[in-house]
Structure formats: C-alpha cells, structure tokens
Design a protein around this ligand. Sequence first.
Ligand SMILES: NC(=O)C1=CN([C@@H]2O[C@H](COP(=O)(O)OP(=O)(O)OC[C@H]3O[C@@H](n4cnc5c(N)ncnc54)[C@H](O)[C@@H]3O)[C@@H](O)[C@H]2O)C=CC1
Ligand SMILES: O=C(O)C(=O)[C@H](O)COP(=O)(O)O
Length: 371
Amino acid sequence: MLIYADDNMPYAREFFSHLGEVRLFAGRTVQPSELQDADVLLVRSVTKVNQALIAACPQLKFVGTATIGIDHIDREALAARGIGFSSAPGCNAQSVLEYVLSSLFWLTEKYQWDLHSKTVGVVGVGNIGRLVVKALQAMGLNVLQCDPLRAAQEPYFPHLSLQQLLPQVDILTLHVPLTRQGLWPTEQLIGPRELKQLKPDCALINACRGEVVDNQALLAEANTGSGRPLVLDVWANEPDILQALIPHCDIATAHIAGHSVEGKARGTEMLYQALCDQLGHSAELNLTQVLPEAQFTELKINSNFSLLDVQNLTRLLYDVRRDDALFRLHLQHKGFDWLRKSYPARREYSSLRLSGTQVPTYLKELGFSSQ
Ligand SMILES: NC(=O)C1=CN([C@@H]2O[C@H](COP(=O)(O)OP(=O)(O)OC[C@H]3O[C@@H](n4cnc5c(N)ncnc54)[C@H](O)[C@@H]3O)[C@@H](O)[C@H]2O)C=CC1
Ligand SMILES: O=C(O)C(=O)[C@H](O)COP(=O)(O)O
C-alpha cells in the first residue's frame, strides 16, 4: 500500500510505516500527477483535494486531513468515488486557545487594559470556541456567544445574533469554519458593515480562516487611523497575503495558532486511528509513545498565586510575540510557508504539571494539569 503524506505532518513515518510504504510530498505545490499511485493520501490544509486531484488517483481508498478545517476538501467528490475520509476534529483546539490567551494577555499589557472588565464576543462555539468560552469565564470575564447552528439545536444555548453581539463587545474572537453555502455562510462574515457595528476600539482576533474577514475592508478601516487592535493569524489568499495590513496588526503570524507539538501530532494520530479502523487493523502506536519529553514538566503553585500571575505562568509555555517577531523578520525574504515549516516547538499547557495544595480551578479550565 502506498501512503502519501504531507512533509509537514509530524510522525507520519512512525505511525503509518507498518501499514504501507510512506512517501512524503510538499503539500502546497504538489501536482496531482505526483500522487497518481496513492492508495492513501494524508494532507494538511494547504493541499486542495478537489475533483482533478481525486481523478488523477485511481487507486485512492482513503483521504485524511490532519486539520480541523475541511474547506480544502471536496467531500462530495470523495463520497462519489466511495473513498474513505477523516479529518481531525479538535486536534489542535487547545493550541488555538493558547494562541488567543497569549494574544489577549499581550494586548492587556500593551494597552494597559483591565482585562476583567472586558466583554469578549466569541463567534463560532464549537471545539475551539467552547474552550475559549470556558477559559475566559473561569477567569471571570464576561463572554457573549454567537453560534446560530448550535442555537437551532440547543434550546438553552445563550446565543446572540452577530448584529446583537457586535456593538456590545470589547474583544471579538472568531472560531467559525470557512463556509460558502448554507443558511449561515462565513465567507466575509466580517466586512465593512460589521466593522462599523463594532466599537472603534474593539480588538479583533482572527485565528480561524482568513476569508472570514474582508481583509481589504480591514485595511481601509486601518488606513483611516482607526487604531483598532488587531491579531491576525490567518489571512485571505494565503500564502500571498495583503502585506499592507501587517503594520496595522498588534500581532501578525503565519497561520500557526494550531501548531503546538501536541496539536499537530494529535492530528496525525487521529488519521492513523481512522485508517486503522477502515483497514480493520488494531492501532500499534499512540501519541504518548511518540511525543518528546517537554523541557520542563513541574511547577509548584503557592497559596498567594492570583489571577494576575496567570499571564506569567502561561508565558513559560507560549508567548505569541515570538511568532509575531519571526513573521515580521522573515516574511519578506523567506516567505509565509517557510515560517510555517520551520516553526519552533511549542508545548501545550498540559505538558506542565502544577503541584501545590491550592492549584486554582481556573488553571485547570485553561488546560494545565495538576497532581
Ligand atoms: N489558525 C489555525 O491554526 C487553526 C484554525 N482553525 C479554524 O478554526 C475553525 C473552527 O474550529 P473548531 O472550533 O474546531 O470547529 P467546530 O466545527 O468544532 O466549530 C465551529 C463552530 O462554528 C459554528 N458556526 C458555523 N457557522 C457559523 C456562523 N455563520 N456564525 C457563527 N457560528 C458558526 C458551528 O456551529 C460550530 O459550532 C476551523 O474550521 C478552522 O478553519 C482550526 C484549527 C487551527
Ligand atoms: O486545523 C486547522 O484547520 C488548521 O488551520 C491547522 O492548524 C493549520 O493547518 P496546516 O496548514 O498546518 O495544515
């Protein structure tokens, strides 16, 4: 069996070699003709699995994407050929939460906010949005939620329409999939009209998909001197992004919010399990067997630890300013995809075990583990 895997998929050989021959390919630039003898195709978000690619691979039996987003996959075309499919729901949700928290803590410091007096709007309350809501509420912030699909199914879900939510929030964070059809499409969900509905100083965080925000409208607003705090991990038309936006961003990164070591490895593991299920094999390897030891694993929390110390604690694991600095330094010469490919290791909060008799519950809600 020939298994083709994106060369940005960690541990692909470790997981899949006992099922077949693993060959690696460059996800962004691969041509369908390079994959024509594939039985299994394992991609990330940069490979468009469309009709042309599927038609070029007559033996294809399984396609997996080690990502949460599936907007790059033509699932109807796969189903029409009876090709098995799996994505990796939730694999890097914690990683995105940590990106959002680090960004919030930095904005708080930069603008000297009283974070706990802020109202945060979370749009899209699925695997990631739920973690964000839980973490912010645990820290005592006021959180408003918008998710019309959940509202339609869950009578007690505290949904506000986008129009109700936008004028009320001080920080808006987006966690929707990129969709172009259906009752609630998200392409250009935030455009000129929505930007006007927001408070002028409302911060905007986009770590879902670039096309969810009208990038030209953001630039037009920024060029008026609006000064709206901006955190952009994702951009319209990656990797050829609207570079004029970068100087207006407080944090600008190369679509790496989900790139924790655990988040990427979990994606590979989820595809491995899905392929084993399809083949009727039992899995021989799991995540804990492949993850390297973290550089530090234990920390004692004392009784005088307070909410004010959370920012310092989280910075031990991840400070988004590192990725912002790399982006501004290297984007021009090395490019968007180089930044993603050479992403430095970052471990999730759960890699640090907190000890002490009084570890506050909110730290567990953020994803830290305790003894
Ligand atoms: N920057 C990065 O590195 C990463 C980005 N992502 C992006 O984040 C997206 C969300 O991830 P998850 O939370 O895991 O997905 P999910 O599918 O668990 O949740 C998405 C939620 O958005 C809601 N939704 C859909 N349309 C909406 C609309 N018009 N308005 C409001 N809510 C709407 C859905 O009902 C669902 O609850 C992914 O689809 C992916 O595109 C995911 C991982 C990493
Ligand atoms: O899971 C997703 O969806 C993402 O956006 C990933 O975190 C980033 O995807 P890749 O481009 O690294 O596949």
